[in-house]
Design a protein around this ligand. Sequence first.
Ligand SMILES: Nc1nc2c(c(=O)[nH]1)N[C@H]1C(S)=C(S)[C@@H](COP(=O)(O)O)O[C@H]1N2
Ligand SMILES: [Mo]
Length: 416
Amino acid sequence: MNDREPARRRFIKKGVALAGLAVVGGIGFTNGQTGESGLPETHSKDLEAYGERSHFVTSVRIPQFPAPDPFGLERHMLTPLQDSVGIITPSSLHFVNAHIGVNIPNINPEQHRLMIHGMVDRPLILSMADLKRFPSVSRVHYLECNGNKAKPWHKTLQEANGKTSCSEWTGVPLALLLKEAGVHNEAKWIIAEGAEDNKGAISLPLAKAMTDMLVAYGQNGEPVRPQNGFPLRLLVPGFEGLCNVKWLRRIKVTDQFYMTYNEFDRYTSVDPKTTTLEQGPKSVITFPSGGQRLPERGHYQISGLAWSGGGAVRKVEVSTDSGRTWKDAGIQSSIHRMAHARFGMDWNWDGKEGVLMSRCTDELGQVQPTVAEFARFWNKTVKVVLAPYPEELKAHHNYIIPWRVDRDGNVRNGLA
Ligand SMILES: Nc1nc2c(c(=O)[nH]1)N[C@H]1C(S)=C(S)[C@@H](COP(=O)(O)O)O[C@H]1N2
Ligand SMILES: [Mo]
């Protein structure tokens, strides 16, 4: 084909070829629109330059709050976990959480800088280009908001737990940058700050920064999306979502934590139970889950996701009788530490009522609690846990979510 032939004509020709195929083989796909030639267009210019999914695939994020979002547009979006396959969340479906009053910044990466200062020998001011001269690593990690809490009134898994996602993150280990800056021996904390109007700052233990924090510019093979922190975000594997400062512009090394925006509630208590930033083991059944329907009795694959801030998922068990008996599920994905893992189990639905549950055990031997166990730990009644309660900002709501299968095959929230 002539290279100088206008792209438009090439599309039409390809369209003709594919349309021919569709007639002969009975296959092929179109977006239902017709081009200038009167023949179906198989793709657009945009699709050629930057792919998009099939028009038949309609799974989308939904707002956490019914419109109008009291906190503003596009700031609280939930991942459609019930439609997910595998362990990677497409970047366009990654959940979004931004603090109250935050406007998603529109940052020019060429002007963006990361400053590392405080208790260091050599303060650094790094451009994105500077950062990319350091050795990078790519790691698969989940990210979950502590506001990810299933309540009885949630109809679907997306509503109940759509604030967890998993990506391959690419960036520079923060430890490397801190070594470059020369951290003082007495330093104990870092204060990380974002570039937006209210900065979303948080105090984090230096020990964790030296272990596995990542200054990430890549998400699933391309730059981090604006809603997820473009051009730079902190990744704190296994810690509460809010530690993962987006639009990262400053890291201050200190010997004490600061009362920043995120400390308004957390560190005012001396109870170590309430100051743990590492999240415990958790799992959710993605199929069958609330709002879905089993068309008939027979064989199904129970499928779900498990993860833990404590490390790798060691085991996932599934119960089809409301927790009376448990069977080990198969792990159907690669296992990464502090990442979603996909589990599955064959199930023959006999057409009777049942309650499905999953339970994650992590590499530390920590076991995902039931609602009753969770309530006992937090010194609450189950009733309080399932209603809004004042201290809930501090807890990682990792209790088991039961899905109730009715005789007609409808699946409902078992917390109700
Ligand atoms: N700068 C900044 N960083 C932030 C926030 C924010 O509002 N501003 N929200 C935090 C919260 S509460 C969560 S749960 C995660 C969500 O990350 P995501 O929007 O990429 O899913 O980002 C955290 N980092
Ligand atoms: Mo969050």
